[in-house]
Write a protein that binds this ligand. Structure first.
Ligand code: ARG
Length: 585
């Protein structure tokens, strides 16, 4: 699909160039990269669409007129396969359905349908999740994790070499608070003693710090003092810190395992929080930064239209920005990347804008290829899932509750027997529900997570798509057992050229382009939307047409091959989105 689209872009560009020349205008602007192409919404309007609006101004003609003129030109020219037609302000191309179906079916049958080499030779480091070790993961992390993991998989699918990294925030006064609280109330108990997941065990003490503050008005100061001791490597403090951090990180890793998230490398803030200082001092020497009257080191951000920013306090201590400057340089040294992506909430937009600017000012070439994959807040509809503080939704509890609801549904439908391990399937449905819901939202936008909606078997949800995948799998199992009215037919592409079949072929054909676009925009939501489009197109087709039980053997074989191709795209696409594919449900 991509090749044919590109070939048509070239042909359209040549046609427009001709028209420009005939009008005595500069034809240089009609390059194929200046040609925008779309996919017409309905197959009866064609398969590739070229809007003419942009050419209206230079040509001083209405877009429909240009489309007509261009259609004439192309009809006389030597063009790629397909038929051009002017349809309103568009020049649309109708592909030859039989040969295209044959090509699409052949390429889906090959290895790794959807892979491209558009990012081959590019090394991309991607940071995501980056939890704090004073509490377990929450709903916001689930959004971060699925964005980070899916984006990584999509980048790899496009041929990039990807290194997934996690920056664990394991130092600071918030960590000391859970430690103090444990010292006051923990009595030496361990998570095992209480049968608690260890990150929750630690998180509970963080919450209990509220009690400690009431009991001891000096608690906040004590936390500060403890941080000073930690920085001086006080053995007792270090000992407790290590113990509690192992609990927290161990528990968090369990959640990653459950959700299918993984990292190639962990960075711990405790090991790198001092790194930026030297870099800032170097920048002071070479004039990128300046020393303010109060003795602090600052950068002038007027090129960004912003106020100046402190990079080292007057007492010489670093701040969050200092650390990130050092860390980026350190990472490039560890693994020289072409690009570095930070998956971090949009609250930190200012931080990353300034960080990238500073690194450029320090003269790092690669600083131009840093990207903040900024995502919005996840809110809940008012109600029961809110935990403790009334604000945070715990990730483990959410997954558990989704799983329970899915299991109840399975039991209510009496499907337990048919499914084999119902609990395992419920778990996969829960993951499909949450990952799809979080991945389909435009990353930059705030969203509301509605647990009930996410689990619905109807509509734009993970379980709906999983269900369509399972339907197809079941059809194919039956085919393989020789069931159906007329088994054993031959696949014939001319039987896949009707409007209903073509609708599916076209969507299957578009998939690799969607993966490529999702990679170039760092946007898994594009893949998610395509999964839903394809699943719902299959559902309509299945509703309206016999597949396994066609009277004619070749028709049955061809339709089964078509839905098998749909299944391959669902398997591959859901895989990119961290959504388990279900053979039966
Ligand atoms: N741990 C931080 C937080 O809780 C996010 C870290 C973002 N990454 C970075 N390189 N600054 O918000």
């Amino acid at each position: 699909m991509k090749q044919i689209r590109e070939a048509w872009k070239t042909a359209v560009a040549a046609g427009i160039a001709d028209i420009l020349r005939e009008k005595g205008l500069d034809a240089g602007m009609a390059t194929s990269s200046a040609i925008v192409s779309e996919t017409p919404p309905k197959p009866d309007m064609g398969d590739i669409g070229f809007p003419m609006f942009a050419w209206s101004k230079p040509l001083r003609m209405g877009p429909p007129q240009i489309a007509l003129l261009l259609a004439d030109k192309l009809a006389a020219a030597d063009t790629p396969a397909g038929t051009p037609k002017a349809i309103g302000p568009y020049l649309n191309v109708f592909l030859d359905r039989v040969s295209t179906s044959a090509e699409v079916m052949a390429s889906v049958a090959g290895e790794g349908y959807g892979k491209s080499s558009s990012l081959a030779g590019t090394r991309i480091m991607i940071e995501f999740s980056s939890p704090n070790t004073n509490k377990p993961l929450h709903l916001g992390h689930l959004r971060n994790d699925v964005l980070g993991e899916s984006t990584s998989r999509i980048l790899k699918e496009n041929g990039a070499e990807v290194l997934k990294i996690n920056l664990v925030n394991d130092r600071g006064v918030h960590i000391c608070k859970s430690m103090l609280s444990y010292m006051a109330y923990g009595g030496g108990r361990t998570p095992e003693d209480e049968g608690k997941k260890p990150d929750h065990f630690v998180g509970d003490y963080y919450v209990k710090f509220n009690d400690l503050k009431k009991a001891d008005p000096q608690a906040e100061e004590k936390a500060q003092e403890m941080l000073v001791k930690w920085e001086a490597s006080d053995p007792e403090v270090m000992d407790l810190w290590k113990r509690m951090n192992e609990w927290a990180v161990g528990g968090i890793r369990k959640t990653y395992e459950r959700t299918g998230i993984s990292f190639d490398k962990y960075y711990f803030e405790s090991q790198i929080y001092l790194t930026g200082k030297e870099e800032v001092l170097k920048g002071l020497e070479n004039g990128a930064f300046f020393k303010a009257e109060d003795g602090s080191v600052r950068i002038d951000l007027s090129p960004l239209g912003l106020e100046e920013k402190v990079l080292l306090r007057k007492d010489g201590t670093s701040i969050y920005m200092t650390q990130d400057i050092g860390l980026a340089i350190h990472r490039h040294h560890d693994w020289p990347f072409d690009r570095l992506v930070y998956v971090v909430a949009n609250e930190q937009q200012y931080h990353f804008k300034v960080l990238f600017h500073i690194l450029e000012r320090l003269g790092y070439e690669w600083a131009r290829n840093l990207f903040h994959l900024s995502y919005g807040m996840v809110n809940l509809p008012e109600g029961r899932m809110k935990t403790r503080e009334g604000t945070v939704v715990d990730a483990d509890a959410l997954l558990e509750s989704l799983k329970e609801i899915a299991l109840e549904e399975i039991q209510a439908k009496g499907r337990e027997e048919a499914m084999g391990d119902a609990a395992e399937i419920a778990e996969k449905i829960a993951l499909g529900a949450v990952h799809y819901y979080l991945a389909q939202a435009t990353p930059s936008k705030d969203m509301v997570f509605n647990p009930k909606d996410s689990l619905s078997f109807n509509g734009d949800t993970g379980p709906y798509i999983q269900y369509m995948g399972a339907r197809i799998s079941s059809l194919l199992r039956k085919r393989d057992k020789g069931e159906g009215k007329a088994p054993g037919g031959t696949v014939r592409p001319e039987l896949l050229a009707g409007d209903a079949e073509w609708e599916l072929v076209r969507r299957v054909a578009q998939y690799p382009e969607v993966v490529e676009q999702a990679g170039s925009e760092y946007n898994p939501a594009l893949v998610a939307a395509h999964m839903y489009d394809l699943a719902s197109a299959f559902s309509r087709y299945y509703h309206d047409n016999p597949i396994l039980n066609c009277e004619d053997a070749d028709t049955a074989a061809s339709r089964l091959a078509l839905v098998a191709a749909v299944r391959t795209v669902l398997v591959n696409g859901l895989g990119l989105l961290c959504i388990p594919f279900l053979e039966a449900m």
